[in-house]
Write a protein that binds this ligand. Structure first.
Ligand SMILES: Cc1cc2nc3c(=O)[nH]c(=O)nc-3n(C[C@H](O)[C@H](O)[C@H](O)COP(=O)(O)OP(=O)(O)OC[C@H]3O[C@@H](n4cnc5c(N)ncnc54)[C@H](O)[C@@H]3O)c2cc1C
Length: 372
């Protein structure tokens, strides 16, 4: 399938299914967001669109991974799905496909594509965020598998997820003693306790693991080889997924055109547009690289820095142009803008903070010395 044919066919399909696809903004809950996405994904899967860009062994129809980016772009630029939950499959799926045992992956992946399952990412802990290598959740050999104990923090959608990619300590301190597992969230001993974001949404959880039994076949990669899995996931999380976040931001910027009547407003809008399109140029290069079969390494940090700035520029422009609406408007529309503005504050934190990304750019891309 060629990109142009895919896009043309998809747009026609979206036009034909407009009413069924439209998201409800009335209820901004995570439950409503995920239920809606499940419905949309199922429709897309049944009609094939969801399967393009994934290998056949995973339930896909083959073709370039760029088709997945086009799908995300066409859906989020019309706000038919929310970018945050849409991205999770693209953050975790490629790594699970790459490092998971083929028999495990081939069985569960079609369910992920069909929207029957959501997955979550158990990396951060109370004392291990930026310094991920200091994580303390452990896995010890137990019967034919492993026994997990510890606590994860900020695990997005853990309370709705079917599975979690969990980083644990199996060996020496630091990154060399880390392993990765794909864990079923209904395993006895896992408790996901929701935490509210400042947007008032139960998006993430504190997730505890008490004597959680995990079969050996759920190991991703090698024992003590989890850092490689983590880096692969972070490459996806910091670069490729933001192509569709850009489309989502462009959609919101477009909504502000109606209120940009004076020169000052138009200039605010123009500056946000400029920041967003600077990111889009960078992101296009990232997508082209992926289309050539090459996942970005530390370069993804450049994308992450740029999208975080663009995200905040777009919603700061909204706050300025919608004078008071984000602070005081209690209509569904006002609440939706408020949620988005609040979420944009997290853009410089999730997936690794902007300070950490700048550090990576300085040391790994520019070769500058680390401070003592
Ligand atoms: C909306 C949202 C969703 C998230 N979802 C998930 C998820 O699904 N799964 C998951 O595992 N995690 C998730 N996270 C957690 C996220 O990855 C961490 O918050 C992030 O990595 C920062 O870690 P921390 O919160 O422990 O902050 P810390 O690491 O304690 O950092 C605190 C401050 O110190 C600065 N800092 C720390 N170290 C350095 C340094 N070496 N140099 C310069 N500055 C430094 C940081 O930039 C930051 O400003 C989510 C976070 C948010 C906000």
């Amino acid at each position: 399938m060629q990109v142009h044919d895919f896009r043309t066919g998809l747009v026609t399909w979206i036009d034909d299914h407009g009413e069924q696809l439209a998201a409800q903004v009335e209820d901004g809950s995570v439950t409503a967001q995920l239920d809606h996405q499940r419905r949309v994904q199922r429709m897309l899967f049944d009609d094939g669109w969801m399967r393009w860009g994934w290998p056949e062994r995973l339930g896909g129809l083959g073709g370039s991974p760029i088709l997945r980016a086009v799908l995300g772009e066409e859906l989020t630029s019309r706000a038919l799905v929310h970018t945050t939950s849409w991205s999770m499959r693209e953050v975790l799926g490629p790594a699970v496909a790459e490092f998971g045992r083929p028999e495990v992956v081939e069985e569960i992946f079609p369910r992920l594509l069909r929207g029957d399952e959501f997955w979550c990412q158990g990396f951060s802990e109370p004392d291990a965020g930026s310094d991920l290598g200091s994580l303390r959740t452990t896995a010890r050999p137990h019967r034919d598998g492993w026994l997990l104990n510890g606590e994860k923090l900020w695990t997005s959608w853990a309370h709705h997820a079917t599975r979690c990619v969990v980083l644990v300590r199996t060996g020496q301190p630091g990154s060399r003693g880390v392993s990765a597992f794909l864990v079923d969230m209904d395993t006895p001993g896992i408790t996901a306790s929701p935490l509210q974001t400042m947007a008032g949404v139960d998006e993430f959880c504190s997730t505890s693991f008490v004597d959680v039994e995990v079969p050996g076949e759920r190991l991703l990669g090698d024992v003590d080889g989890g850092w490689k899995v983590a880096q692969y996931i972070l490459s996806c999380e910091r670069g490729p997924i933001f192509w569709q976040r850009c489309a989502w931001l462009g959609h919101h910027l477009g909504m502000l055109l109606d209120v940009a009547h004076d020169e000052a407003s138009q200039s605010t809008l123009g500056e946000a547009y400029e920041t967003l399109w600077a990111f889009r140029a960078q992101s296009k290069a990232t997508q082209d690289r992926i289309a050539r079969g090459d996942l970005p390494g530390p370069e993804a940090s450049v994308d992450k820095i740029l999208i975080a700035a663009a995200d905040q520029a777009v919603f700061d422009a909204a706050r300025q142009l919608l004078t008071g609406a984000i602070e005081t408007d209690d209509t569904p529309r006002g609440r939706a803008w408020r949620r988005e503005w609040a979420y944009s504050r997290a853009a410089t934190i999730y997936g690794g903070t902007s300070e950490i990304q700048k550090d990576i750019v300085a040391t790994r891309l520019l070769g500058l010395p680390r401070s003592a």
